[in-house]
Design a protein around this ligand. Structure first.
Ligand code: T4K
Length: 399
């Protein structure tokens, strides 16, 4: 019996979305010892340099500038690219994409997404361009590439700079070419919850040498030498310990992909005939990291809302997420600044109400994935009972 109806939870230990992939411990430990022995802990040390070289190699880019996290990396990339005024972004993304602009007084202008890919819809971008627009910052959501060719065509035709938030897309490709090589620059996240992690970390990759040089100055207070500051800068440096974790994660990438792919296929097979649950599929002709298991819930067929299914899973100790609900435009400061933004974001609003992200990664087995699908299918089969149980719970918690 389902836990929400009074049964025992399927899992004793919680299964989280975002549980980190941990590379080989012995390698992490030996790198840590190397760092401690060398007494070089941060400030562009040897591990950071090695990490940058490996990331540039994997992405086939000329320059990689590692940073303390992707949010700072986005801020620095935006500043180094000299974006001003307004920049077009999706609202259906992590809040950092918008904040990185607003933080430096650049207005994020939210454009709608494509209902199938969940990435920026090129025609929606065209509608939002004004004389103040200086660029487009597109997200490769769930690691699936945005419509790079269409975005580049618009950027070229309208004289805009194109940047990519590639936080989810390390190790992925677009038309067979590694993500990292598109637009003026692309930004990866190596946060703990990402496919490849460095505890906290991020990087900008680019083929533009001048931009890379500027970003190196900017991430280190603008220092161009001892006692010499050439530029306004901040502290965006990656530490040696983070680079050590990042290097170890990079070595274990093939294993992470293998596990993610196995889990993705288990979810796909099990959900094929689940009414109202559509798994977002990866194009197996591309390189993918398969790091996000994304399901769209069609309430008219499941008889349950996405949020009711989240309640069912939570009772079973499966901590699914509603990424990226409710959309940046419904969060502050954007909700107050642009109270009517939703009017031009119908797809964003619909997708944000329907998406459910399920656990995967090396902390999750394919058997666990099958059990999760079983729970979902069982819940749908007894939808009226579930609805009652969820509303009873809501009443109890509100009194
Ligand atoms: N652009 C995009 C498109 C992004 O998705 C992100 C980050 C960024 C930019 C900015 O990158 P960074 O500046 O962070 O490098 C999490 C991550 O913190 C965030 O990095 C990530 N996107 C976002 C999608 O997910 P929250 O608010 O969901 O975090 P939290 O604390 O709720 O954790 C998520 C799940 O992971 C939970 O189920 C718990 C689990 N978890 C988390 C950590 C940190 C673990 O099991 N172990 C851990 O160590 O944002």
């Amino acid at each position: 019996m389902l836990a929400i109806l009074g049964g025992e939870p399927a899992f004793c230990e919680a299964l989280h979305v975002g549980r980190p992939n941990i590379g080989k411990r012995a390698r992490i430990a030996s790198r840590l010892n190397q760092i401690l022995d060398s007494r070089w802990l941060t400030n562009d040390g040897p591990m950071v340099k090695e990490f940058e070289a490996r990331v540039a190699e994997v992405t086939g880019t000329a320059h990689c500038v590692a940073m303390c996290n992707a949010t700072v990396a986005l801020e620095i990339a935006i500043r180094a690219a000299e974006l001003t005024g307004e920049v077009i972004v999706p609202s259906y993304t992590f809040i950092a994409t918008a904040h990185a602009l607003q933080w430096q007084q650049i207005t994020p202008v939210f454009a709608d997404i494509d209902a199938t890919t969940h990435t920026l819809e090129p025609r929606a971008i065209e509608r939002m361009i004004t004389p103040r627009t200086s660029g487009i910052l597109a997200t490769h959501l769930w690691g699936r590439a945005a419509d790079v060719a269409a975005l580049q065509e618009i950027a070229d035709r309208r004289g805009l700079t194109l940047l990519f938030d590639a936080a989810h897309a390390f190790g992925c490709s677009y038309h067979g070419e590694a993500i990292g090589r598109f637009g003026l620059a692309e930004v990866f996240s190596f946060h703990a919850t990402k496919f490849v992690n460095s505890f906290e970390g991020g990087a900008v990759v680019t083929n533009d040498e001048l931009l890379a040089r500027k970003m190196r100055l900017m991430r280190n207070f603008g220092f161009a030498g001892i006692d010499r500051v050439d530029y306004i800068g901040t502290n965006g440096k990656m530490t040696e310990i983070c680079a050590a974790m990042g290097l170890t994660s990079l070595e274990d990438m093939p294993e992470f992909v293998e596990v993610n792919l196995r889990n993705y296929r288990a979810y796909r097979d099990e959900l094929t005939d689940a009414p109202g649950l559509a798994l977002l599929e990866y194009d197996e002709g591309e390189r993918n990291n398969y790091h996000y298991i994304v399901v769209e819930v069609d309430q008219t067929k499941t008889g349950l809302t996405r949020d009711e299914l989240v309640a069912v899973l939570t009772a079973e100790n499966v901590l699914a997420r509603r990424y990226f609900y409710p959309g940046c435009h419904r969060m502050e400061p954007y909700r107050s600044l642009f109270p009517h933004a939703g009017l031009v974001l119908p797809v964003t609003e619909r997708v944000a109400e329907r998406v459910l992200v399920l656990p995967t990664g090396t902390a999750v087995s394919d058997d666990a994935a099958r059990t999760i699908c079983d729970i979902l299918r069982t819940a749908i089969a007894v939808a009226p009972e579930i609805r009652q149980a969820v509303s009873r719970r809501a009443m109890v918690t509100s009194t």
